[in-house]
Write a protein that binds this ligand. Structure first.
Ligand code: GBH
Length: 449
């Protein structure tokens, strides 16, 4: 039990990153390229032509970056494994140096008393699987299972927390519906197929885990509560479609055994009628849900907006981050309570939460004042604390992100880090928010109140 003004005793405090966003050296030591390497090297996909070729050079700076985490009192670290480092072709021949890399990272973390959480898929599909149709190919689920099993066998003796996929919604919507992410397709027919194949893959990895793994595995979803902009029935219906599309599309099949009925309205005849057997195959019990929370969406009916006929409306009285997302900590409490009520209070890790704001240049004394990010951190942690007080089973928090990194289609222009990265010389400088987070961790949240 948590006393009213601290977090639960075993609450885990950490930060998160993803392979393509920080590692660099995408082809080092026999690794196979990913769809993000192809995508970022194709003109006009990423702002300013940025790529992950170097990024934060974390691949070559693993030890120093773990030392930095320790210096910041981090108790946990969520990272992702690049599938193509382990299996350059996506399946078949194993690239031992790739496995060695993550093995070493895990050992360094444990030496520093930092609990690793490994994500198996944070969007960097091996290009050779992309060439076979990527997530459109039904065989991808089996290949993902094979890859997952290989990694479990190597690391499960030391990695106690696993995530199958990061944000299947983003893979589907940004990658296959709107073309903003790799592979850059725009088709609701494809998006419908991809959603289902992603869930098949996640379930397959969990099944493999039950045969060879001994610890905990979950699925990470991005949640964003949708509120109607008015009580007009059209707005209420639009908010419901948006909610089904983003919040229920992945959790309902896994936890309740069926897709939301709205899928049919959204995807039209592109949405297949799945058999009970097909649905049952998705329903593989998870040990926890990973929740990534950034914002909410106040939603209005918008004819022609594809495919939801809905859009998020700007709130004049609210603060917005540099990515244009409304700051709303109350919606975080709301969505955690929604998970508790709808899915029977499963264990939850907050696997990502954070904000991009323009930071001032590093001052003479190495200080970086980032009051807006500090404010975001404090108010969102209080929102989680509130949800815990209301009975939600929240086990830990991973700030997005440990350090500034490649913000996908925004390139390096948006900075989410607690630690500033100078991309000229790779110098890391903890921002004031990192120092605040250190104090929060060391007091188990008490200094928030
Ligand atoms: C995460 O995705 C990713 O996992 C991570 O790699 C990434 O760096 C990080 O977030 C920061 O972007 O326009 O107001 O309707 C974020 C998922 C989904 C969150 C879309 C914001 C749109 C809000 N995002 N959502 S709004």
């Amino acid at each position: 039990m948590s006393s009213p003004l601290t977090f639960p005793e075993k609450f885990l405090w950490g930060s998160a990153t993803a392979a393509y966003q920080i590692e660099g050296s995408p082809s080092a030591d026999g690794a196979g390229p990913s769809i993000w390497q192809r995508f970022s090297h194709t003109p006009n996909n990423i702002l300013n032509g940025d790529t992950g070729d170097i990024a934060c050079d974390h691949y070559n700076r693993t030890d120093a970056d773990v030392a930095l985490m320790k210096q910041l009192s981090m108790q946990a670290y969520r990272f992702s494994i690049a599938w193509g480092r382990i299996l350059p072709e996506g399946f078949g021949a194993v690239n031992k140096p790739g496995l060695d890399h993550y093995d070493r990272l895990v050992d360094r973390l444990l030496e520093s008393n930092i609990t690793p959480m490994a994500t198996l898929y944070h969007w960097d599909l091996p290009q050779s699987l992309g060439d076979r149709g990527g997530w459109l190919n039904p065989d991808n689920a089996k290949w993902f299972g094979d890859y997952a099993e290989l990694v479990f066998n190597r690391l499960d003796d030391r990695v106690k927390l696993w995530a199958t996929l990061n944000e299947p919604w983003v893979v589907m919507d940004n990658g296959y519906m709107h073309g903003l992410h790799a592979p850059g397709h725009r088709s609701h027919h494809e998006a419908a197929i991809v959603s289902h194949n992603l869930l098949r893959a996640s379930a397959e990895a969990v099944r493999r885990y039950r045969t060879v793994g001994k610890n905990k595995i979950g699925l990470v979803v991005n949640l964003e509560p949708k509120y109607p902009a008015s009580q007009d029935p059209q707005d209420v219906a639009a908010a419901q479609r948006a909610d089904a599309y983003m919040n229920r599309q992945y959790l309902d099949p896994v936890l309740l055994g069926k897709y939301p009925p709205e899928m049919q309205d959204i995807f039209g005849d592109a949405w297949p009628a799945y058999t009970p057997q097909e649905l049952n195959d998705l329903r593989e019990p998870l040990d926890f849900i990973g929740v990534n929370y950034y914002s909410r969406g106040v939603t209005r009916h918008a004819e022609g907006e594809w495919p939801l006929h809905a859009k998020t409306v700007r709130q004049p009285q609210s603060t917005y981050t540099e990515t244009g997302w409304e700051v709303c900590p109350q919606a975080f409490t709301d969505v955690l309570n929604w998970v508790k009520d709808r899915y029977n209070n499963p264990p939850v890790y907050i696997t990502e939460n954070g904000s991009a704001f323009y930071d001032p240049p590093v001052a003479e004394n190495d200080r970086i004042e980032d009051p807006l990010r500090q404010g975001y951190l404090k108010t969102h942690l209080r929102a989680i604390h509130q949800a815990i007080q209301e009975g939600c089973d929240i086990r830990g928090y991973f700030a997005w992100s440990l350090m500034d990194n490649l913000e996908w289609a925004y390139g390096f222009s948006k900075r989410f880090g607690l630690v500033h990265v100078n991309y000229e010389n790779q110098k890391r400088t903890p921002k004031e928010s990192a120092k605040l987070y250190k104090r929060i961790i060391e007091s188990n949240g008490r200094c928030l109140f």
